[in-house]
Design a protein around this ligand. Structure first.
Ligand code: ATP
Ligand code: MG
Ligand code: MG
Ligand code: MG
Length: 547
């Protein structure tokens, strides 16, 4: 069953149960200041749950465009690392506004999964909120799920992956206990059942959450009962599609196969024809991010430096960086809009209608970032090599750093000079063990020569470098962190914030000074070209660092 058919089957099933089919709302929520982007199907019904708004129906069903790249539900960091997370995804949902409650919601979900989609019952495991004896009883006695496959789970706030059976839209708003349905993809995949220490894995994948909306949480965290108990459910279309198409990961379903192929072709063309590994996680990141970016632009956001525009910029630049990593040296990302329209333009006509503008907006952003990415990456890689090397020498105060792509790609040599200005230590930082011939070619002359693998757990990139990359080269902090994570390095985010704060204060002080003087500098602008020079030299770059 193709994703389009699975979506249609879901909506038709709930229509047959008296639900009104309602169109997806935009990814930019209409008038909800508590929310950056739509993160669940229930968002457009928030006021109905709260009793502020009334609809001509008490049952609804939707396929909702969602973005989870910030705020309470943030999956940006998971993309490329898990089989099941996207920044943009479609959430299939059914809703009861004071109409049916737990008993019917659970029965509908089970009927759809086992009789319509025909999933084998023994592959399904369910969780209920720890104290929810009612939901537990319904699963056990009414549906007949064996007790060993009904797991009680409490609230698990703060844990990144851990299951949490109390669902909240955000820090405030409608919320309630929930029951979730997991599919077991088989014991050949690492991971354990929900609630177990191994649940981080992707063996048991959560496919459907049924929330029993009962409270409105206020800013002080107090829970006020809703006027009428209601139901809000969400099932990720991509996750159920993976199950129904007999594949494990979301990225193997029909819509993604096409997008991944387009991403591979676009990157290869921009990398001068060099072949890209079809299994690279970077391709998944790119295929995921084009959806988030295109749908966000379609709903009226443009890349910028704050709010929604900055989230969009962060996602776009992250995708571009992954393309760069695969060898792209010119804009490629914007070209994927056409492939996406081919996949999703029918279900979401706003994409097709706006294709030319979306392409143009993303192209502009990409051209802009391509002006600084090469230099920024060089600085970042250099800083990482230095930070890694510094751990291995006694006196790292003065050093001479050389980054070498020839004769050995993926190798850097960081040389340290002692107080007498003599070469003391040299550290070879490498991806793969350099051969003896290569080591010889590196021309090492230090007294102590160390070899260090590139991925370096425990090393931290300093906040000042992360800030310089942000401020001068347009590297959002999460992009820098993403590059660092690939090498096992963490980022000093407190140092980053401090550098940002310092710069704000300096700008304020400079502003005051200018006013006091009553004069602005009117001489010729000066530009520092040092780093661009480094980038141009590319193959063999040498820079001198003195204290
Ligand atoms: P997970 O624990 O896997 O992160 P979740 O518990 O955060 O999921 P819910 O808030 O319960 O997810 O959302 C309802 C459903 O939406 C999930 O059961 C899942 O099918 C789907 N879903 C949630 N987040 C994502 C995502 N980032 N990408 C794709 N589908 C998602
Ligand atoms: Mg989640
Ligand atoms: Mg979950
Ligand atoms: Mg959930």
């Amino acid at each position: 069953m193709k994703a389009a058919e699975i979506r249609q089957t879901f909506l038709k099933f709930f229509e047959s149960k008296g639900h009104q089919i309602v169109a997806s709302s935009p990814v930019v929520p209409g008038d909800d200041p508590t929310l950056l982007f739509t993160n669940a199907g229930m968002n457009q019904f928030k006021d109905v749950f709260l009793g502020f708004d009334k609809r001509p129906y008490t049952r609804a069903t939707t396929a909702q465009k969602c973005i989870r790249a910030g705020g309470k539900h943030n999956d940006l960091e998971n993309v490329g690392y898990t089989a099941r997370h996207h920044t943009f995804f479609e959430m299939l949902g059914n809703f009861s506004f004071g109409d049916y409650f737990k008993r019917d919601a659970i029965a509908y979900a089970w009927e759809l999964l086992t009789e319509v989609y025909k999933l084998p019952k023994e592959r399904l495991t369910v969780t209920v909120y720890a104290e929810d004896d009612e939901a537990y009883g319904i699963w056990k006695d009414q549906i007949g799920v064996p007790a060993e496959r009904i797991i009680r789970i409490g609230d698990n706030k703060g844990a990144r992956y851990a299951s949490d059976n109390f669902w909240m839209m955000g820090d405030t708003g409608p919320c309630g206990p929930c029951t979730e349905i997991f599919y077991d993809h088989g014991d050949h995949i690492p991971g354990g059942p929900p609630g177990s220490p191994e649940e981080d894995g992707d063996r048991f994948i959560e496919i459907w959450n049924n929330v029993f909306m009962q409270f409105n949480r206020d800013e002080a965290g107090v829970m006020h009962p809703l006027p009428k108990p209601s139901v809000d459910t969400g099932m990720g279309l991509e996750r159920i599609a993976a199950v129904l198409q007999g594949v494990h990961g979301n990225y193997e379903i029909d819509t993604f196969v096409a997008l991944l192929a387009a991403a591979k072709a676009a990157v290869e063309a921009s990398a001068g024809g060099a072949a890209v590994d079809a299994e690279s996680p970077s391709l998944k990141v790119i295929a995921d991010h084009i959806r988030a970016c295109a749908f966000t632009v379609a709903d009226g956001v443009i890349p910028g430096n704050e709010g929604r525009g900055y989230v969009l910029r962060r996602i776009a630049r992250r995708a571009i960086r992954h393309g760069y990593k695969l060898g792209a040296r010119a804009p490629f990302f914007f070209k994927l809009v056409a492939a996406l329209v081919g996949q999703m333009g029918e279900a979401y006509p706003e994409l097709a209608r706006d294709e030319a503008r979306i392409t143009q907006v993303l192209k502009q952003e990409e051209e802009r970032f391509f002006q600084t990415i090469a230099t920024g990456m060089l600085i970042l890689e250099g800083a990482l090599d230095q930070a890694i090397a510094e751990r291995h020498v006694a006196e790292p105060s003065v050093m001479f750093f050389s980054y070498t792509q020839e004769p050995l790609p993926g190798v850097a040599v960081v040389s340290f000079i002692d107080q007498q200005r003599k070469m003391s230590d040299q550290v070879i930082v490498f991806d793969d063990e350099p051969s003896p011939a290569h080591v010889q070619a590196l021309n090492l002359t230090g007294k102590n020569i160390h070899r260090v693998k590139r991925d370096a757990n425990g090393v931290v990139l300093d906040g000042a470098t992360a800030f310089k990359l942000h401020d001068t080269y347009g590297f959002p902090l999460d992009l820098t962190a993403d590059v660092c994570r690939e090498r096992g390095v963490a980022v000093d985010t407190a140092g980053f914030e401090a550098a940002m704060q310092r710069q704000r204060e300096q700008a304020r002080a400079a502003g005051k000074f200018k006013m006091a003087q009553g004069l602005a500098y009117s001489g010729a602008a000066t530009t520092f070209h040092g780093y661009e020079q480094l980038a141009r030299e590319g193959a063999t770059v040498t820079a001198l660092y003195v204290d």
